[in-house]
Design a protein around this ligand. Structure first.
Ligand SMILES: *[C@@H]1O[C@H](CO)[C@@H](O)[C@H](O)[C@H]1NC(C)=O
Ligand SMILES: *[C@@H]1O[C@H](CO)[C@@H](O)[C@H](O)[C@H]1NC(C)=O
Ligand SMILES: *[C@@H]1O[C@H](CO)[C@@H](O)[C@H](O)[C@H]1NC(C)=O
Ligand SMILES: *[C@@H]1O[C@H](CO)[C@@H](O)[C@H](O)[C@H]1NC(C)=O
Ligand SMILES: *[C@@H]1O[C@H](CO)[C@@H](O)[C@H](O)[C@H]1NC(C)=O
Length: 693
């Protein structure tokens, strides 16, 4: 029976049987399944991993993109290791460069119930893909494109519907672009070998394993649960791309989160605003797209509604958003590339563009490098609406300040230029994006994105000019950018950051059709050292899906396994005086083959995040010095969510990272202390469930 079904139906069957077993823990229990690998197992194509060092067994069908020179034993590129299996693999750029086109075909083999392979290279489902073709009628049964990264990712196909039939693989490159115009392939496997290595099971990845969001019986939590690298309690688009959070506000009692969004593909493109709302700041439900780009039917026109902010109109109560209207000047040469526009909604769902847009038609003087991301705030120094906008000249980033003239219109559509609120010295970038400016704990905080990083400055403000007293990084980890602040009804200063940035991020989840995650809701505060601190909002406790496991006071000497989970909160307190080890390590997403390490060194109080052994994502190390707590109790509060990791230290330091494990079993949480004991006041592990309601 299973053989008659599409892979997606197999997933549904697996889900149904698991749901019966675990009716209350669907989100935690479900993993994508594939057909029984034992039922049909035949040999795959000749030279399946290119270990001959050439194209033996493969046929160049057309073009010059592929040839013997495509096969290489090169192990790394500018972004890290290729992670091929064995020595050789097919690197689609080598034979004739990026723009070359061509098609390569494997020998014919009989389809097993499952198969897998490694893919890398450009993202272009139409022009760059590895495909499986049925020999007797030429039907393309499956295809998979790359991720705009060279590194190789394991794709699994449930081929049980075609088991026993003659098939062959094609490697297709009809892309002539000069960047990411090639595709890479390695290690084709069939049968049970396709599903794992040495007793470990590969995460089941690939666009063919993703059921459509509509026209199926699954609830959103179940749908999101099926994807093994999909965050369960962080917002991500089901399909497509997101970047900056936009329009954060508590309006009508509900928290609203909008995001820069390209629904068409998991890559940046014509910007929409996706929209979710929450009654409690941590559970989300999906709303229709809030803003559409001006030319939505032309994917080549990159004009879009860029980042902006929200406010509640004090007269009408309406929800207003003010944002950058960006125009693709290659297609519209007479337009200004970036102006400020407005839209308003009376129901919090349906937004109407202001008829008089743009509300700011041109940048102020001396802003040649950009003019974007308006963030509105209520200025307590003179009780007026003001707005900061990022800009820059060729030498330094700038924050431009505007004031609402608020004459007769009830919408805030009339603004006058005040001047430069603050200008950098160039060391944090020559164009600043996503500025936010607000009073907190007797200070004013400015933060912005520059040089691909999020920076904060804490200081004073006199109504026109900001004076900085302290500068720092908003986040000590690799994957945070475009953080947006807002103040909620209870007066808390809250923020969400995009868990990505342009400089260091990889997007392996593109193989599942999506890219981008927003952080958990964070509360901001001024740290003891005068910097800007982050902590997890209290409401995160509402995400608990089961009882917390508390280890109590624990002396770790050697290795302690705390538990096994990839959707959990780990809270630990460490007695800095009673501990006598030189360092301790928290291993996350761990098992023998891979893990993320978090190392704290007592002597210099450094906390280092190490992802060099952590699956498909960005490999690197990032460090921060954690301020010594007055009571000598270091606290760590860690959120683990399938492909997301957020580490909050008690002093307000945060490290945000994306992590994409290769294996389903990579869920161990261990604490290691060598050369002495580390004394934990407590270690608490709480399973967290789905954010989707
Ligand atoms: C690859 O090299 C082998 C051995 O020299 C040769 O027989 C074969 O024709 C070459 N294949 C292609 C596609 O050039
Ligand atoms: C959204 O608002 C506009 C303008 O008020 C209105 O014309 C339109 O019908 C509304 N759409 C929906 C779906 O409510
Ligand atoms: C900024 O640099 C660009 C390219 O170097 C140059 O064309 C432009 O005139 C410069 N603008 C200013 C304001 O210096
Ligand atoms: C604010 O400070 C700036 C810089 O010191 C100064 O030029 C400006 O006049 C001050 N504005 C007010 C309203 O005091
Ligand atoms: C802290 O000490 C450890 C162990 O000696 C060292 O590896 C690390 O680089 C140091 N970190 C900083 C920030 O000095």
């Amino acid at each position: 029976m299973m053989k008659q079904l599409s892979p997606y139906k197999n997933l549904l069957l697996s889900l149904a049987s698991l749901a019966l077993l675990h009716p209350t823990h669907i989100a935690a229990a479900v993993v994508p399944r594939t057909a029984d690998c034992h039922s049909h197992h035949y040999a795959g194509p000749t030279n399946p991993s290119f270990e001959t060092g050439d194209l033996t067994g493969w046929t160049v069908v057309s073009g010059t993109a592929f040839g013997n020179a495509s096969v290489t034993a090169t192990s790394s590129y500018w972004g890290g290791p290729f992670s091929q299996v064995g020595k050789q693999f097919l690197w689609g750029i080598l034979h004739d460069g990026e723009p070359a086109v061509g098609e390569l075909r494997s020998s014919t083999f009989r389809a097993s119930s499952v198969m897998s392979f490694l893919v890398g290279g450009g993202y272009d489902p139409v022009n760059l893909y590895v495909g499986l073709v049925r020999e007797n009628d030429g039907t393309l049964l499956f295809s998979q494109t790359g991720t705009n990264d060279e590194a190789l990712i394991r794709i699994i196909w449930d081929t049980s519907a075609y088991a026993g039939q003659n098939v062959y693989l094609v490697v297709v490159d009809t892309s002539t672009v000069t960047s990411w115009g090639h595709i890479n392939l390695d290690d084709v496997r069939t049968g049970c070998d396709a599903l794992g290595d040495g007793g470990l099971s590969f995460n089941v990845l690939g666009q063919n394993n993703q059921p459509p969001q509509t026209h199926n019986a699954l609830s959103t939590p179940s749908l999101y649960a099926l994807d093994p690298i999909r965050p369960q309690f962080h917002y991500s688009p089901y399909q497509g791309w997101i970047n900056d959070p936009c329009g954060l506000i508590q309006w009508g009692g509900k928290y609203h989160l909008m995001s820069q969004f390209n629904p068409a593909a998991p890559v940046w493109g014509p910007m929409h605003w996706s929209h979710v709302e929450s009654a409690d700041a941590v559970h989300w439900s999906e709303l229709p797209v809030a803003l559409y780009p001006p030319y939505p039917n032309n994917p080549l026109d990159t004009s879009g509604r860029y980042t902006g902010s929200a406010l509640q109109d004090k007269d009408t109560g309406a929800l207003q958003v003010i944002f950058t209207d960006a125009t693709d000047t290659a297609l519209h040469p007479d337009a200004k590339p970036e102006v400020v526009s407005s839209a308003v909604s009376s129901d919090g769902i349906n937004f109407s563009l202001y008829s008089g847009n743009p509300i700011i038609a041109a940048p102020p003087p001396n802003s040649p490098s950009g003019f974007r991301d308006p963030k509105v705030f209520w200025d307590t120094t003179d009780s007026s609406w003001k707005m900061v906008i990022g800009s820059g000249d060729n030498n330094s980033g700038k924050v431009q300040l505007y004031q609402s003239t608020r004459s007769t219109a009830s919408q805030l559509t009339s603004w006058e230029y005040v001047g430069v609120l603050y200008e950098g010295d160039g060391s944090t970038g020559t164009m600043w994006e996503c500025p936010n400016f607000f009073p907190i704990d007797g200070k004013w905080v400015l933060f912005y994105g520059g040089n691909g990083l999020g920076w904060y400055e804490v200081g004073t403000y006199n109504g026109t000019t900001f004076t900085s007293e302290k500068r720092g990084l908003l986040d000590a980890g690799p994957d945070s950018y475009a953080m947006q602040w807002f103040i909620d009804d209870s007066g808390r200063n809250l923020a969400i950051t995009w868990m990505g940035n342009w400089g260091t991020s990889k997007w392996p989840s593109r193989v599942n059709g999506w890219a981008g995650t927003q952080s958990i809701m964070r509360e901001l505060f001024i740290r003891d050292d005068g910097g800007l601190g982050n902590k997890i909002v209290d409401e995160v406790s509402l995400l608990a899906s089961g009882a917390a496991k508390s280890l109590g006071q624990t002396n770790v000497h050697g290795t302690v396994t705390v538990g096994s989970s990839n959707t959990a909160r780990l809270q630990a307190s460490i007695d800095l005086v009673a501990s006598n080890a030189p360092a301790f390590t928290i291993e996350l997403f761990a098992l023998s083959a891979e893990s993320v390490s978090l190392v704290y060194t007592f002597a210099n109080q450094s906390l280092t995040l190490d992802t060099t052994q952590a699956g498909y994502g960005q490999a690197g190390t990032w460090s921060a010095i954690i301020a010594k707590p007055a009571d000598n109790i270091l606290s760590l509060d860690i959120l683990i969510d399938r492909s997301s990791l957020e580490v909050f230290a008690g002093d307000g330091t945060v490290m945000t990272a994306t992590v994409f494990p290769r294996y389903q079993e990579s869920t161990d949480i261990q604490i290691v202390s060598h050369g002495g004991k580390t004394v934990f006041g407590d270690i608490v592990l709480t399973p967290l469930g789905s954010a989707w309601v």
